[in-house]
Design a binder for this molecule. Structure first.
Ligand code: SF4
Length: 440
């Protein structure tokens, strides 16, 4: 029986070693989904390196590695090792899709973007010829008829209390730093609502009462989101997802989202510098609205998990000190900060390269905690210092307690804000070791 081993690599730590955790709260969907597309006679194994060991002496015929962000460099090293041992290796995921020529130096084949058409072709090629084409590139035009993912490949592992369910893919916006914008170029696809509900009902039948709704931005299509939430509501499940701040401008939709069981939303708050947002092609996000929209999310009962970027062209040492004041004032319970990083192939990368602002192109250092370009109004050293200063402040015990246990929302939602407290402690442990906090 032929066998494929799927690996989600971990990530290298700045100070050496790789990230390992006892538990992975948000496992990805791609391997259970691809496994469900395999012909019946194929055996499959999934290894999530953050929580699983990797067996280089595997009996698998093929190794498929899917990497996101900086974990691509761990993926390259794993691929090299497996190929040394005679395995056929293919790679996929956002990063490999953005730099396929780089990935092909380490893998036999790269699946660019959507894998639903490409993966069955790749399997058929391997069965028929024992070989793979270097590139499989078959972008989807619609996201229909996906099988139920083989969730059992995740449920035996030490994961959190929710499973992923896909709603959509891509994004209609074109933020210049974003890998999703780079791959989907304004394209967004939604799954038929019946199929999304089928998957939610399935994970419910497995005993789960929570899910993570996967969509690069659930606000891409408000009418779809509204209808989807109306269908989710009777299932009495709790869910989380990610979207833009725009949701808080639509009062009735926000209420429907909450009624359907949404508890936590990951939001790209990005910056308190409008000039910085404008230069990142994100001028539709208005800094002047931040406080009002955060309050609207809080009032509605949604806990915010914010992502922010520092080092935009509007940033100075003073704006970054003001960023800390803003976080403190808004008591943002969950937060991760990154140094602006021009991932290769993004529009931001091209802009910085053409204007001579890249310090180097050693992509192993493009890890969001090191400054790899010349900021407009600070030196790279000043920006790195401010990044460390901000993380030190945000993840001080005073700040953590103030944003979680002493947050007035704690009285309404004690369990959620207690959860946020422990997540912050987890992030703090990374910061104390001089590492970037990683999403759990
Ligand atoms: S809104 Fe978010 S997902 Fe969409 S392009 Fe901008 S950063 Fe990327």
């Amino acid at each position: 029986m032929p066998k494929v081993l799927f690996i989600q690599p971990s990530q290298y730590l700045v100070r050496g070693g790789i990230v390992k955790q006892k538990k992975l709260y948000l496992p990805g969907l791609v391997f259970p989904l691809l496994a469900a597309m395999l012909p019946i006679h194929w055996e499959v194994e999934v290894r999530l390196e953050v929580i699983d060991d990797i067996d280089f002496n595997t009996d698998a015929d093929m190794v498929g590695i899917g990497a996101m962000g900086h974990s691509i460099f761990r993926a390259f090293d794993l691929a090299d090792e497996f190929r040394k041992r005679g395995k056929v290796v293919f790679m996929g995921g956002y990063m490999a899709s953005m730099v396929p020529e780089m990935a092909l130096q380490h893998a036999d084949s790269v699946v660019i973007g959507d894998a639903e058409v490409s993966f069955p072709q790749l399997i058929a090629d391997f069965e028929n010829t024992g070989q793979l084409k270097p590139i499989y590139d078959n972008p989807l035009t619609e996201l229909k008829h996906l099988p139920i993912p083989r969730y059992e490949l995740l449920t035996a592992k030490p994961i959190g209390d929710m499973l992923p369910v896909q709603a959509g893919r891509g994004c209609t916006h074109g933020c210049s730093f974003c890998s999703i914008a780079c791959i989907y170029k304004g394209r967004h696809m939604m799954r038929p609502i019946d199929e999304v509900i089928r998957d939610i009902e399935y994970i419910r039948s497995l005993g789960y009462r929570k899910f993570y709704l996967i969509d690069d931005n659930i606000m891409n299509n408000p009418a779809y989101l509204d209808e989807l939430c109306q269908r989710i509501e009777p299932l009495r499940m709790k869910w989380s997802s990610q979207c833009t701040m725009d949701l808080a401008k639509n009062d009735s939709l926000l209420k429907q989202v909450v009624k359907s069981g949404c508890e936590i939303l990951s939001l790209g708050l990005e910056s308190i510098s409008q000039e910085g947002l404008d230069k990142l092609n994100k001028s539709w996000l208005r800094v002047d609205d931040h406080r009002t929209l955060i309050k609207a999310f809080n009032d509605a009962g949604i806990m915010i998990s914010a992502e922010m970027i520092i080092g935009t062209d509007g940033d100075t040492t003073d704006t970054l000190k003001a960023t800390y004041d803003f976080i403190k004032e808004c008591r943002i319970p969950l937060l991760r900060i990154y140094i602006l990083t021009p991932a290769p192939a993004t529009r931001l990368y091209t802009e910085l390269k053409h204007s001579g602002r890249l310090i180097h192109e050693d992509f192993r250092h493009y890890n969001s905690s090191e400054c790899v370009y010349y900021p407009e109004r600070m030196t790279p050293e000043e920006l790195t210092d401010m990044y460390n200063w901000l993380n030190g402040r945000i993840f001080s015990m005073n700040s953590i307690v103030s944003r979680t246990l002493l947050n007035k929302q704690f009285l309404r939602y004690p369990l959620k804000y207690l959860f946020a407290f422990f997540v912050n402690l987890h992030y703090r442990s990374y910061v104390k070791r001089g590492e970037t906090p990683l999403i759990v």
